[in-house]
Write a protein that binds this ligand. Structure first.
Ligand SMILES: [Zn+2]
Length: 220
């Protein structure tokens, strides 16, 4: 069942974990990335408890959309049930990232959404970065909270209360970008708050910025 597509995704997902380190989003092994195999009911995900330096294409685990291992020698990430739930519930999602990145997790610890006070956040998130409910680790509760919070939201990232960040994207790379931008917004807005009260951007400006960035910005 392997095939070139799965082999490519194994390499991509293994390599993307380097971005979590380079962007300061993870401590020890506390962060994970997965990707959906296009057109298949399969996910490529990080193995549990393996250091980022040791991650290779062949150490990645392939699971089905219920988290059952299909291919791979190691156990999948302990967050696999959460990733799998998100893929089952959100057809368009091709990548999921989870981190406890420090600034965003500080907001999650307070259960406070990151207010949209900067154009960069309007571009990327189209508004506040929302807070999801507290959920115990282990079952599908976290996945349910993520899906409930992000369905109908423009934000590709959610601050799960007292836990950390889950980010989604059409691809694993997009989800990693959302996790990086979420941490960036969390850090800058926290710094800005130390200088005094903040004013949220006007909704019309947020809408215009989001539309331009999503539809016009970059190379077409
Ligand atoms: Zn976690």
């Amino acid at each position: 069942m392997s095939g070139a597509v799965v082999a490519d995704l194994r390499r991509t997902v293994a390599e993307l974990h380097g971005e979590l380190i380079r962007n300061g989003l993870v401590a020890w092994t506390m962060g994970n990335i997965s990707a959906r195999v296009p057109g298949r009911e399969l996910i490529v995900i990080k193995p549990s408890g393996v250091g980022y330096d040791e991650l290779t294409a062949s150490s990645m685990v392939v699971v089905d959309l219920h988290g059952t291992v299909v291919e791979g020698e190691l156990s999948p990430s302990s967050d696999t049930a959460t990733h799998a739930y998100v893929y089952r519930a959100m057809d368009w999602v091709g990548g999921v990232v989870h981190t406890h990145s420090p600034y965003a997790t500080a907001w999650a610890a307070h259960g406070v959404a990151i207010p949209c006070v900067l154009t960069g956040q309007a571009d990327e998130f189209g508004g506040d970065i929302p807070v999801g409910p507290f959920a115990r680790i282990g079952g599908e509760e976290i996945g349910v909270g993520i899906v409930e919070t992000l369905t109908g939201s423009r934000s590709p990232a959610v601050l799960m209360r007292s836990h950390g960040v889950f980010a989604i994207g059409a691809s694993a790379r997009d989800a990693v970008k959302a996790a990086v931008m979420c941490e960036d917004a969390a850090r800058t807005v926290l710094l800005a708050r130390t200088l005094g009260e903040l004013t949220r951007l006007e909704q019309a400006d947020i809408d215009a910025l989001y539309d331009r960035y999503q539809n016009v910005y970059g190379q077409r």
